[in-house]
Design a protein around this ligand. Structure first.
Ligand SMILES: N[C@@H](CCC(=O)N[C@@H](CS)C(=O)NCC(=O)O)C(=O)O
Length: 217
């Protein structure tokens, strides 16, 4: 009885899809079309479910949650098989630090409503908006690259040789970066880890192009 309200291109929903896939948890996908002009997230029906009007929104029986960090932590605590976080507190803090660079400091500044506001109320044209988007990715990825490339924790993935919480944030953000034509070659460790993630079935099936609401040609 699990349902994920998401959108194929939403990187926050993409994180939750990866976690569910890594843990082998089945769910029903409900598409919320965020396309400007459609904006199903703003409908009364959806806002009655999630007053914030954003995706993801996750239902697991009686549990109803927005906010991907909360959903991911919930999944890891309630379905501990295939853990997303290390066992030691200091290691969990390290991984959460990496995830937060993306989840707290890159993604919120590049959210759809922020980009729309920049255009509608602050006179930003497409070029300026694209630069804004790229600048925050480069700022965050630069720090992430320095930390991850220097860390003894780094293996095939950001923490050892199994994918976990920080990788769940990294792969969708890397997808966003490429979509907005950000040159990611300056971040070779992140690119390498992203490639390792994308070799895995859980990441493959969670990719935007493989979602039921992705446009088919
Ligand atoms: N912090 C939230 C962010 C959720 C969020 O901003 N989702 C975006 C899509 S990635 C959204 O629904 N945007 C709709 C809008 O801005 O109107 C999370 O991690 O779940």
């Amino acid at each position: 009885m699990r349902t994920l309200f998401g959108y194929f291109r939403s990187s926050a929903a993409y994180r939750v899809r990866i976690a569910l896939a890594l843990k082998g948890l089945e769910y029903t996908h409900k598409a919320v079309n965020l396309m400007p002009g459609v904006s199903e997230q703003k409908s009364d029906g959806y806002r009655a479910l999630n007053p914030q009007g954003r995706v993801p929104f996750f239902i697991d029986g009686e549990v109803k949650l927005s906010q991907s960090p909360a959903i991911l932590e919930y999944l890891d605590e309630v379905y501990p098989e295939t853990p997303l976080l290390p066992t030691k507190a200091e290691d969990r803090a390290y991984v959460r630090q990496l995830a937060s660079i993306i989840g707290c400091d890159i993604h919120p500044l590049n959210n759809l409503s922020v980009l729309m506001k920049l255009k509608a109320e602050f006179g930003a044209n497409d070029e300026a908006t694209k630069r804004w988007y790229a600048d925050w990715i480069v700022e965050g990825f630069s720090a992430l690259e320095k930390i991850v490339s220097a860390s003894a924790h780094t293996g095939q993935f950001t923490f050892g040789d199994k994918p976990g919480m920080a990788d769940i944030y990294l792969a969708p953000q890397m997808w966003n970066a490429r979509r907005f034509e950000v040159d990611v070659s300056a971040f070779p460790t992140l690119v390498r880890i992203d490639a390792a993630c994308n070799e895995l079935e859980a990441f493959k099936i969670s990719a935007p192009a493989n979602q039921p609401d992705a446009p088919r040609d």
